[in-house]
Design a protein around this ligand. Structure first.
Ligand code: FAD
Ligand code: UDP
Length: 389
C-alpha cells in the first residue's frame, strides 16, 4: 500500500487520467490512481477481440472538439487518424430498407421526399431559418407553416420518437431538451455527425493514449481496486487506509455510491452490448447505423469504419440495447437521466461532498452530466489550473 502520495485520483477514465497527469507533471505531486476495473480508459477503453478486431468495449467513441486546448493536450499522447463520423438511419421502405443521413439534413430530405418536393421544402426551410443552420426537432415542431410542420412530423416520427423511446424509455418531450438538441435538423448537405474543428480517432486506439498519459514517474496506478476498500469519509475528514488524508482527492465515480446511496440511487440508463463477428470485409455502409423505426436495439456500430483497421475477411459489429440501470453487479451507469427531480437528488450528494474541503467531484458520473470526452478533458484541465494556481 502506498501511503506516500500527495493526491488520490479515483477512476482512470478521461477525467481521472488528465487530472492525474496534470497534478503529477505540472504540479509535481505524487499521485495514486485507484481504478476498480482491470484496465484504464474508463468507457473510452478499446481492445482487440478474439478475431483481432479493435473494438470499443463500452460503446463507440469518436473524438471531436472545438477546444484547441483539449486537442493540443491530447495530441501529446497520440497521433490522430483523420476520421469524420457519419451516421445513417435505416428505415423500412416500400422496397426493403432506406438509409438517410442523421442528423436529418438536405440530403435526407431528398432521399425521403424525392428531388422535386425536396427543392420546395428546402427553399421554405432556408427562408425560415437560414442556410447551414441547425434547428432542433422540438423547435421545428413549433413552426406553424403546414408544409414545414408536416416535415417536422415526418422527422419526429421517423428519426426521433422510437429511437428516443428505446434509448430513454420516454418521449422526446419528456427528456431533457438538450439531449435531442445534440442531433438537430441541419439545413446543409454536410453529412458528418459532428461539425467540430478537430475530429478523429487516436491512431493506435484509446487505450495506448491513456497508457501514455498515465506513464509518469509521479503516477502510480492500482487496477482492480475499488476506492471504497481504501477511502473512508467520516464527518468532514477523509481517511486513506484508515489514516487521515489531507491531500487532494479527485473522485470520478458515481456521486451516490460515494455516500452509500443514502438519499436513494441516482437514476441512470445502462446499455447491453451484443458483439457479433462476421466473415466479411464490411457488414454495413457506415460506422454507425441507427434503427429509428424498428428493432429492439438503438444502433449498430462497425468498428473498422471508425478505426480504419485493415483486416480483410472479418469484421465485428456491436448492437446497443438500452434499459434502466438497477445498480446490479456488473451494470454500468452510462447515461444520467437529467431532469429537475434527479438534479435535486444529485444536489444532496453534492452538498455532502462539499463538507470535505479536499474532495473534488469530476467527470460524467461524479457531476451527473451528459458530457462528451472533450468537455471532460477541459474540466479536468481547468480543475487542475485551479488546484495548482
Ligand atoms: P468514465 O469513463 O466513466 O470513467 C470513470 C472511471 O472511474 C471508470 O473507469 C470506473 O471504473 C472508475 N470508477 C468508478 N467508481 C470507482 C470506484 N469507487 N473506485 C475505483 N474506480 C472507480 N464522448 C465523445 O466525446 N464521443 C463519443 O463518441 C462518445 N460516445 C459515447 C458512447 C457511449 C455509449 C457512452 C456511454 C459515452 C460516450 N461518450 C462519448 C462520453 C464519454 O464516454 C465520456 O465523456 C467519458 O468517458 C467520461 O470520462 P470520465 O472519466 O468522466 O468517466
Ligand atoms: N436521437 C434520436 N434518433 C437518432 C439519433 C439521436 O432520436 O437517430 C436522439 C435520442 O434521444 C438520443 C439523442 O438524440 O438519445 C442524442 O443522440 P446522440 O447520438 O448524441 O447520443 P449518444 O451518442 O450520446 O448516445
Amino acid at each position: 500500500m502506498d501511503h506516500s502520495c500527495d493526491c488520490l485520483v479515483i477512476g482512470a477514465g478521461l477525467a481521472g487520467s488528465v487530472a492525474a497527469r496534470e497534478l503529477a507533471e505540472r504540479g509535481g505531486r505524487r499521485v495514486l490512481v485507484l481504478e476498480r476495473r482491470e484496465h484504464v480508459g474508463g468507457n473510452a477503453y478499446d481492445c482487440f477481440d478474439p478475431a483481432g478486431v479493435l473494438i470499443h468495449r463500452y460503446g463507440p467513441h469518436i473524438f471531436h472538439t472545438n477546444h484547441k486546448r483539449v486537442h493540443d493536450y491530447l495530441s501529446r499522447f497520440t497521433a490522430w487518424r483523420n476520421y469524420q463520423h457519419t451516421v445513417v438511419a435505416s428505415l423500412p421502405a416500400d422496397k426493403g430498407r432506406m438509409e438517410i443521413p442523421v442528423p436529418f439534413n438536405l440530403i435526407s430530405l431528398r432521399t425521403a421526399f424525392g428531388a422535386e418536393s425536396a427543392r420546395e421544402l428546402t427553399s421554405k426551410l432556408i427562408a425560415a431559418y437560414g442556410a447551414e443552420k441547425k434547428v432542433t426537432i422540438l423547435e421545428l415542431r413549433q413552426n406553424s407553416d403546414p408544409e414545414i410542420s408536416a416535415l417536422a412530423d415526418y422527422v419526429y416520427q421517423h428519426v426521433f420518437l422510437r429511437y428516443t423511446m428505446k434509448q430513454w424509455g420516454q418521449t422526446p418531450e419528456e427528456i431533457d431538451p438538450n439531449t435531442t438538441a445534440r442531433v438537430p435538423v441541419f439545413l446543409s448537405e454536410d453529412c458528418r455527425y459532428f461539425q467540430d474543428e478537430y475530429q478523429g480517432m487516436p491512431l493506435q486506439g484509446y487505450t495506448p493514449l491513456f497508457e501514455r498519459m498515465l506513464d509518469h514517474p509521479n503516477i502510480t496506478v492500482e487496477l482492480n481496486t475499488d476506492a471504497s476498500a481504501r477511502l473512508r469519509l467520516e464527518d468532514g475528514q477523509l481517511l486513506l487506509d484508515g489514516a487521515p488524508f489531507s491531500g487532494t482527492v479527485i473522485y470520478t465515480g458515481a456521486a451516490d455510491e460515494l455516500f452509500g446511496c443514502r438519499y436513494g440511487r441516482l437514476p441512470y440508463r445502462t446499455l447491453d452490448f451484443r458483439f457479433e463477428t462476421h466473415p466479411v470485409d464490411f457488414w454495413q455502409s457506415h460506422g454507425t447505423v441507427n434503427y429509428t423505426m424498428d428493432q429492439d436495439y438503438t444502433r449498430i456500430t462497425e468498428f473498422k469504419h471508425l478505426t480504419g483497421q485493415e483486416l480483410p475477411g472479418v469484421t465485428t459489429i456491436m448492437k446497443e440495447y438500452s434499459r434502466a440501470y438497477t445498480g446490479a453487479d456488473g451494470e454500468v451507469p452510462y447515461y444520467a437521466i437529467i431532469n429537475d427531480a434527479n438534479n435535486a437528488l444529485y444536489a444532496q450528494y453534492r452538498a455532502e461532498a462539499d463538507r470535505y474541503p479536499n474532495l473534488r467531484l469530476l467527470g460524467r458520473l461524479a457531476e451527473y452530466k451528459y458530457y462528451n470526452m472533450d468537455a471532460i478533458a477541459l474540466r479536468a484541465l481547468e480543475l487542475c489550473d485551479d488546484l495548482l494556481k
